[in-house]
Design a protein. Structure first.
Length: 138
């Protein structure tokens, strides 16, 4: 299905934080989004270990994009993350990360998305569940 807003990937990946972390929208379609975060030395916590905050922000952005990827979202829609749970499964050492988010439940204004953050070889680094409030314009 077509993306409801042609600039959604631009709004998510090129937000101020997205520019700082160099997020790249690889795919956005109805209820699904995939964002990449290239490795950068300013995103580490120690040595070359990617900081959990950068990983969490990537997961949140991917979930946000998936929740906004609906024909119901319009220019007057507004949204915010109301809950984000991240489980870190493995350290990410000096490597790009890809967050793949899929909506698992969409209600009237509450949307729930699951996110898998993986390295380019497909090894899972973290998993997240985001609850997002998206209010549509009338």
């Amino acid at each position: 299905m077509a993306l409801p807003s042609p600039d959604l990937s631009e709004r998510i990946a090129r937000s101020p934080l997205g520019r700082h972390l160099d997020w790249q929208a690889e795919h956005i379609a109805d209820d699904h989004a995939r964002l990449r975060m290239p490795f950068a030395p300013h995103n580490v916590t120690a040595g070359t270990l990617v900081h959990g905050g950068a990983i969490s922000a990537l997961a949140d952005a991917a979930a946000t994009a998936a929740c906004w990827a609906t024909p119901a979202a319009g220019p007057g829609s507004r949204g915010t993350t109301i809950a984000l749970n991240v489980n870190f499964l493995k350290g990410a050492m000096a490597i790009d990360l890809i967050a793949d988010a899929r909506v698992v439940q969409r209600g009237g204004s509450i949307c729930v998305a699951d996110v898998s953050v993986e390295d380019p070889d497909g090894q899972v680094i973290a998993v997240a569940r985001a609850t997002y409030k998206l209010t549509h314009s009338r």
